[in-house]
Design a binder for this molecule. Structure first.
Ligand SMILES: Nc1ncnc2c1ncn2[C@@H]1O[C@H](COP(=O)(O)OP(=O)(O)OP(=O)(O)O)[C@@H](O)[C@H]1O
Ligand SMILES: [Mg+2]
Length: 306
């Protein structure tokens, strides 16, 4: 049996033997050497030991386990690091990272005969980091899968920008603050990134499913409605309030916990992203304008489902 000793729990007099010395970078070792009898505890200890060393990604066979650091780690997502993974001759020698999975899928597309599709499934409990990881993947492809030719530059820039701008819009209309996660996605999504024969990003589509529609009319205690409603009621300018018939400083029964201000309450970001996605200011006015003859509750539904 493999005895595990976590850093800081070493008994006096015994040689310093870090768990990582035994397990190396990667849980594949455990799969091979315990004939796939991986004990839950062992896996958790491994993840814990790596977490304590600020290693938030671990390979487990062909699966990548990502542990939420619950703190900003900018050095883990730099452009330089992205390019390092993209240009690495042999990915297996680099540290486990979401960029490894992204790059591997990209290389699979490049190396195989058409038609070839690759899927990356991101799953986990609420707050685990699925949305974060999806954003990282989209950022990665929007960075590496672009043409260097000047001619294509404008189009490509527009496409990669649109791909990335789909996130704030989707999150404004489909995410809400819950007990577990201030930015909890209340829907599932299937994102398809389309590449041309030269493996350049040429388009994207998103299908959403299982949107938690009941949240519009009923929110659990200490949770909030969808971000977009708070963004509008808190972030509309005086001009916009007049144009959209929005009363000032009103309290809405269906918008509880308004006093909590989150970084997700940024209406300006949503409006800009909508513009980049081709939703003009005029169309935005139509979306956000409150018709005085329709009850606000109906408007909430219209915003969300129209
Ligand atoms: N790799 C990371 N680095 C830094 N912060 C992270 C990372 N992953 C997640 N987080 C933090 O954890 C929070 C929750 O993550 P995220 O919203 O991605 O969870 P989720 O799995 O999508 O949850 P839900 O199922 O509720 O939508 C993020 O807002 C972010 O602050
Ligand atoms: Mg999410």
């Amino acid at each position: 049996m493999l005895k595990i000793e976590l850093p800081g729990k070493r008994k006096r007099g015994r040689p310093k033997r870090r768990f990582m010395d035994v397990v190396r970078e990667d849980m594949q070792f455990l799969c091979l050497h315990s004939q796939c009898l991986i004990l839950n505890l062992l896996v958790l200890k491994c993840l814990q030991a790596r977490y304590l060393e600020n290693k938030f990604y671990t390979n487990a066979g062909c699966t990548l386990v990502a542990v939420n650091p619950f703190k900003p780690v900018p050095s883990l997502y730099t452009l330089k690091l992205m390019m390092e993974y993209h240009k690495a001759p042999q990915l297996q020698y680099l540290r486990p990272h979401i960029f490894t999975s992204a790059e591997q899928a990209y290389r699979n597309v490049q190396s195989q005969m058409e038609p070839i599709n690759q899927s990356l499934i991101v799953s986990g409990e609420s707050g685990a980091g699925k949305t974060w990881t999806s954003r990282c993947l989209m950022k990665f492809y929007a960075t590496v899968a672009v043409s260097s030719s000047l001619k294509a530059h404008d189009t490509v820039e527009r496409i990669e920008r649109r791909v990335l701008d789909s996130n704030p819009v989707m999150e404004a209309f489909g995410n809400a603050c819950t007990l577990w996660n201030n930015n909890s996605s209340r829907f599932g999504k299937y994102i398809q990134l389309q590449l041309n024969r030269s493996q350049q990003l040429v388009g994207a589509s998103i299908q959403t499913y299982l949107l938690e529609k009941t949240r519009v009319a009923n929110q659990p205690v200490n949770e909030r409605n969808f971000h977009i409603f708070y963004q509008i009621t808190k972030g509309a300018t005086e001009d916009e309030r007049l144009k959209w018939n929005l009363p000032c400083n009103s309290l809405f029964t269906w918008l509880p916990n308004t006093e909590r201000t989150l970084e997700e309450d940024c209406f300006e970001v949503t409006k800009q992203a909508m513009l980049h996605l081709g939703i003009s200011s005029e169309t935005q006015n139509q979306i956000f304008k409150v018709n005085k003859d329709i009850p606000v509750s109906i408007h909430l539904f219209i915003y969300l489902f129209d």
